[in-house]
Design a protein around this ligand. Sequence first.
Ligand SMILES: *Cc1c(COP(=O)(O)O)cnc(C)c1O
Length: 388
Amino acid sequence: MTTFQDDYSLLAPGPVNIHPEVRKALALPMIHHRTPEFDKILKKVLADIKVVFQTEQDVFLLTSTGSGGMETLLVNTLSPGDKVIAIVSGKFGERWADMAQYFGAKVIVHNVAWGEAVKVSDVEDLLKQNPDTRAVLCQACETSTGVAHPIEALATLTKNYPDTLLLVDAITALGAYPLPMDAWGIDGIVAGSQKAFMLPTGMAFVSFSKKAWRFIPDAKCPRYYFDIRKEKKANAGGETFFSSNVAIIRALDVVLSLITTQGLDKLFHDIHRRAEFTRNFAQKLGFVLYAKSPSDSVTALTVPPQMDGQKIRLHLEEVHNITIMGGQDQAKGKIIRVGHMGYIQDHEMVRLIECLGHTLRHFDPDFMSLEHISNIATEAQNWLEQNP
Ligand SMILES: *Cc1c(COP(=O)(O)O)cnc(C)c1O
């Protein structure tokens, strides 16, 4: 049915496909983390990663999945009993609100309908009613719905509250589209290795603003593994607090070189282009955009009526060797999600559109003709050539 049957395409919103140069770095023989060779790499990575965070603050490298980084932001800034406003617009918002509750924060959950972005005026009202709020928690991109939240406007808002921090889960945003931490005034931010950083799963990267550092010494939530004061001290001495994740940090060095060589703008441009392409051609196939304010890192698509998103996802993987994601909870079966981060080639994107068409036809042969699919695929190919 397709011309690239042997190819495997990983088009999930994380983990993502890894650049060939990064794969080479991952295959290198192990070295000890207390060696001049690794010392040099660590020093370079700690400096270079600030470019992606767009910050002058320290960025920390944690060996944990992204959720460990989310925990790091909380335990280093909060004390039990602190008031927190948690914006919950999907699975990851739920997780962060739960986590804050677990650590004893007084959590005001602000529910936002799935597929919608938070209204800044709603958060403004909540802050007016609760001026003693220590932190506002928000995903930059809520990966479960594909929504991008208005982080710049939220940061502008929290700037007016000297004792309120804006903590941002940017695991599918930082490194995928502009999120300048210092310029916008984000107080705590977390990124993830297997998402926009195009690495294997296993590391989280975090940074805190000057404003946040005022609260770090006195935060009373229990912290041991994720005590950022100890990490900072270790980094100042050229080490990480615990054993360094040599393999991923070495690969991160290659990712950062690739990014700084081509420039952040080019990276953002490529991801934006894939998002535009997917939004455009998926709609031509009969899918509908699920997110009202779609993120460039992941596109959530409502499947045509009578179709089952879970079955589409499975068929695409089993028959066409393409991995995308389905929906979770209330969106289960209703949506599919396509990731735009990582090493993705143009032919994979055309193939995705073509195979999605064939998959819809597999479940309903009357849905569209083979000719129609082939026309859309040709149009898709042309679009990519005309929009480099
Ligand atoms: C992937 C993801 C996480 C973290 O997941 P881990 O499995 O812990 O790496 C958190 N938030 C968002 C928005 C994510 O996309």
